[in-house]
Design a protein around this ligand. Structure first.
Ligand code: HEM
Length: 233
């Protein structure tokens, strides 16, 4: 076994890898939200943004392959850390009391495996539909004289179904819970925290998690309400 493999498969190496991949995914989620917020501005703005991304061609494929690899590493190592912990303490406590401030153990930290698994299932369905268009009609539109995919219309139509809106809102709350522990824990795993900065980084992590969850869940709710008001006019 090479030195690098030994480090990466060790307990410390795995924590380091979940931390690094977790932070990478957090940056992706921030970027994805900023892009998607253009749904609130209007169809042309959002379609142009999606078209510009698509026009990156091979550069986008490389980014997407890297993203899949990062998601996969994060999920596989996350499960292995969970299994190791479970082995170390096979019987759960009947009553869980938060350990309080210095330990930062919360219901979020205890449910990472559950929220992570639900997010993974959501992601597979989300990418299959919105990225690959499975089960969705292929619409086109013309913006500034350029013909492009009308992705806005797909997203808008999906969010006219209240069940899908409810599903997205629920998953975005779980995303917030996952990030509430995940952001802080990632920074901590990278060894970047001494006890002095821990409370500040923890609070910043919570604020970021709440902001991202609210930012995302506003989108389906907004498009649903917009659809109702448009239909009523
Ligand atoms: C209301 C919330 C969301 C909306 C409206 C939304 C919208 C979209 C759209 C329209 C696409 C297709 C982009 C394209 O083909 O150019 C997409 C792709 C994607 N979304 Fe989301 N998204 C949401 C939440 C999320 C969340 C929370 C995650 C991650 C945890 C996520 C991860 C992804 C990924 C990985 C892709 C594929 C990106 C690519 O390969 O280019 N999305 N999303």
């Amino acid at each position: 076994m090479s030195k690098l493999t030994a480090v990466l498969t060790s307990q410390v190496g795995r924590k380091l890898l979940t931390g690094l991949t977790g932070l990478g995914l957090t940056f992706f989620v921030i970027g994805h939200l900023l892009g998607n917020l253009q749904l609130l501005i209007g169809a042309d703005k959002f379609n142009k943004y999606a078209h510009n991304l698509e026009s990156l061609g091979p550069i986008l494929w490389v980014i997407e392959i890297a993203l899949v690899a990062v998601f996969a590493i994060h999920a596989v190592i996350g499960v292995s850390i969970y299994k190791k912990k479970k082995k170390a303490r096979p019987v759960e406590y009947n009553v869980y009391n938060s350990a309080g401030k210095p330990s930062y153990q919360t219901s979020s930290s205890k449910s990472m495996i559950v929220t992570g698994t639900i997010l993974l299932v959501f992601l597979i369905m989300h990418v299959a539909t919105l990225k690959f268009g499975i089960g969705l009609p292929h619409y086109t539109t013309v913006v500034d004289g350029v013909e492009m995919k009308d992705l806005y219309r797909n997203v808008y139509e999906i969010f006219q179904n209240p069940l899908i809106v409810a599903l997205y809102v629920s998953v975005m709350i779980l995303l917030g819970l996952h990030l509430r522990h995940g952001v802080w824990s990632s920074v901590q795993s990278l060894g970047a925290l001494n006890t002095k900065y821990r409370p500040t980084v923890y609070t910043l992590g919570v604020v970021l998690a709440v902001a991202l969850a609210i930012g995302f869940l506003v989108l389906p709710v907004w498009l649903y309400i917009y659809g109702i008001t448009k239909g009523a006019m």
